[in-house]
Design a protein. Sequence first.
Length: 422
Amino acid sequence: MSSQGFACLCLLDLEPKRMHSISELRLQKEPKRAAIRKFAFFKEVLVEQLEQSLLNEFKNHTLDLKSIRRIAVMRMSAMGDCILLQPTVLRILKHCPHVEIDWFIDKAWASLFPKIERLNLIPIPKPRSIKDYLTLKNTVFNQEYDILLAMQASFRSNLMYTFIKAPLKIGFDKKRARDGQWLWTNARIQAGEDHLCDGFARFADALNIPEEPKLWNIVTAESNELPDVINQTVETGRPIIGILPAASKLERTPEPSFWAAFLESWKEQLEPGRIEPLFVILGGPSATEAELAQDILNINAGSVDMLNFAGKTSLPVLAGIIKQLQVLISPDSGPAHLANALHTPVIGLYAVAPSKLSGPYNFRHLTFDCYEEAVEKYLGLSVENTKWGTRVHNRAAMSLIEPSAVVARTLEVLKVAGVPVE
């Protein structure tokens, strides 16, 4: 048995019989708790030894970009992560004109990305059974590659790496290689406390690709495919403000009371006689998003001009609407990163996770970040004593964001854009 296979068995508590025979002799007379501690230590030592052997294997691997012809990229989800990954793929294509890339992606997000020469988007369903994995092995993962960029670390994706044929498989650094990803890769990117977008860029760094400004190429619906009211409002020059109320997770989603206070403050801060914008509610088709959108409509009760498009558009149409906005107000969500990619200003609402990790990349200066305060209040820790990437799993943390301050910043963004609203 190889050292890698032996480690896999150990992690799954399926030790070879040889190991059982040794351990049983020693552990029969020891308390169960002590036995567990010793076995855990044994696993840790074995893991460290295997990690080092894999790293040495990579160090001895000579990377010749000119000889590379095919690269596989695995990043299926989520929407925002796929958007943040795209600049890295485009960077590789630009500097390696002889390389072709196959990007395995969830079919739900593929429509956001255009057809680009030498980039093959391969939509695949998430495997949920052994049969699904075997089907993918026989029908999708039947090509050979020079390199695999394992840009998703999850148990599901890690298992799929087994079937992708590539001599060099580059994964995340130890801190970000979740669910034992390093067991399925033989190289890792450099560690760092990065924004997600910069973390993906380290895969291009590992290939010695020259650095580039981060650029996006997103599919947006044509104007004749957008709702008539959007086109009519754009023609009049009236500003459109997007509200994306639901985050990727409920704990990162502001309560409806936040939006009630926001709308009340909006009426107070907007000077009489100025142009009142059209507010549009955006989001996906989930029941949670639909309920939250309806809550906001009920709260508004006609006090401002507001329309609801949540769950009523395709992704390209959603992108087309976002492109026409003067500003989008959003918690941590895929559409926030979509707006960033389309150069639409984003006012991010962050408290559960730091915006330094997942905020709108080019608009972090507009973001409200109450993460440090949330860590102190709800975790009883200081940020200095908190591991990078720690989340505050408490929706109440979002209440630390002051709605009136969000209104003031929204008006500032409109003023910079030349909209006379104050």
